[in-house]
Design a protein around this ligand. Structure first.
Ligand code: ATP
Ligand code: F6P
Length: 455
């Protein structure tokens, strides 16, 4: 059989740890981050395969290392998941597969390491160790009671069964000691981190990302600047002042934020452009003006209206409609460029507590798209209206969102995805563009993540 040539390194992130140590949480976050960066990533959860093969309602004795048939069925579920992952690398050009299970014995890890390495896939183990019993108990309440394993079960019984399941795993748990393996150990939610034999750029990005994560409760607020003089005229880009209505929004914003936040402290980031700085002017918090948050650079189209762009650069205009994420303005940027420019902002954002970002239409789309897990095709069309405060509350596997609209009218700068497919343009750049009729509603979040649940 001919071997398929693969030029970019394929990586398997293999999770390790006792139940309720945040493995699925970490898997989902890494998947969302890499997907946002445009890297084909997918989570493979052994728990899902176990439920498929053996049914959901197994009590803790199923996980007893001395339960021969339980062990056999668990091995089958592990193998089925691995086969699904291998198929995905080959058939869907997978780059980073995340194998989410406890993988808590030397034997299981050797099997994974050997099988994956034979397929020319680099293996990177991610172990989460947590000795904080109170946190583990909180995790069980937070996510395990709603797992299909405990559907319809009395919550107290479910907690004690899950604790008994943890005890079964603890009796055979072997922390990673394999010095020839590539791994990271996150101890007590990253308060200590041990890194061993990290290979390559992508692995080091993952390490850096994992070192920035925390799980303290917080709110992420986002707002576009108040309406600007350019917005009033429908002009792209520029560095205009706020319009009178934009100034009103700037005056109102501190009250809206305070009502949501109470007396808590907040950090405010703006871009270096006048309209975001003016919008943040009355906010009584620490402010940072960051160049990386400046609006998408429209290059030669800066200062034009969409109509003028269509008239002066009709081919460009059509190309942007065909593939808005990848289209790069002449002398300017694409959404893809902006995502890459925002990567350090995401790293920093992950470290922050409560924060407000006052940004621009394309910038807020990219940041919001990261937290809400949008795919690249839909991201440039997310509706982010002016004079609206967005509140995101990170939960275990998703973000809760609320939109607060201030009672100050503003122009609508959203240009929807054209509903009719244009005639094809004779350039390479439009190859592969989609032609579906978009929904007039907000596009749904992408579905690259598998349904999170316990292993
Ligand atoms: P299982 O083996 O049963 O699938 P799991 O290890 O995958 O369990 P998760 O389902 O990911 O556990 O647990 C989610 C909870 O873990 C969330 O409440 C999250 O806040 C918390 N959490 C996230 N990261 C960590 C960490 N590094 N250590 C401990 N808890 C964490
Ligand atoms: O119209 C306001 C604005 O912030 C412009 O400066 C920018 O070019 C545009 O939005 C980005 O939105 P889109 O990518 O939908 O054109």
């Amino acid at each position: 059989m001919a071997t398929k040539m693969s030029f970019s390194p394929r990586i398997a992130c293999v999770m390790v740890g006792l139940p309720a140590r945040g493995k699925t949480y970490i898997s989902q976050k890494v998947c969302r981050y890499l997907t946002w960066l445009g890297i084909n990533t997918k989570v493979f959860n052994v728990g899902n395969c176990r439920r498929e093969l053996c049914g959901a309602q197994q009590d803790h004795s199923f996980f007893d290392p001395n339960n021969v048939s339980g062990q056999k069925q668990r091995k089958e579920a592990a193998n089925m998941t691995l086969q699904q992952m291998l198929k995905w690398y080959d058939e869907e050009d997978g780059v980073v597969g995340i194998y989410d299970a406890t993988n808590s014995t030397l034997e299981r890890r050797k099997w994974l390491q050997d099988t994956l390495t034979q397929q020319d896939i680099q293996v990177f183990f991610i172990e989460s160790i947590c000795e904080d019993e109170a946190l583990v108990a909180a995790n069980i309440k937070d996510v395990k009671l709603s797992s299909p394993d405990y559907k319809l079960m009395d919550p107290e019984k479910a907690v004690s069964d899950f604790q008994a399941r943890i005890a079964q795993y603890t009796s055979q748990y072997q922390t990673i000691v394999e010095q020839d393996y590539s791994y990271i150990k996150l101890i007590n939610v990253g308060s200590q981190v041990i890194v061993n034999m990290v290979k390559g750029y992508l692995e080091s990005r993952i390490v850096y990302y994992l070192m920035n994560l925390h799980i303290r409760g917080r709110k992420i607020y986002m707002s576009r600047h108040g309406e600007s003089m350019f917005n009033l005229k429908g002009l792209l880009g520029g560095d205009a002042d706020l319009s009178p209505r934009g100034r009103l929004y700037a005056e109102m914003l501190p009250g809206i934020v305070k009502e949501k936040l109470g007396g808590k402290e907040l950090v405010v980031w703006t871009s270096t452009l006048k309209r975001t700085i003016q919008t943040s002017e009355h906010l009584p918090y620490l402010k940072q003006h960051r160049k990386a948050l400046d609006e998408l650079d429209a290059g030669v189209c800066d200062g034009l209206t969409y109509e003028q762009v269509e008239e002066k650069y009709p081919e460009d205009f059509a190309r942007r409609d065909d593939d808005k994420f990848n289209y790069r303005y002449r002398g300017g940027e694409s959404y893809r460029d902006v995502v890459h420019r925002l990567e350090p902002i995401i790293m920093d954002l992950e470290r922050q507590e409560d924060i407000l970002i006052v940004g621009h239409q394309a910038i807020i789309r990219c940041l919001y798209g990261y937290f809400m897990n949008y795919n690249q095709e839909d991201l440039p069309y997310i509706k982010i209206p002016l004079h609206t405060l967005i509140e995101l509350t990170p939960k275990a596997y998703y973000c809760e969102e609320k939109f607060y609209k201030a009672d100050i009218p503003a122009v609508d700068t959203h240009r929807p995805k054209p509903t009719e497919r244009r005639p094809p343009i004779n350039t390479q750049a439009v190859l592969g563009s989609g032609g579906e009729v978009p929904s007039p509603l907000l596009p749904p979040p992408s579905s690259t993540l598998s349904a999170p649940s316990s292993s």
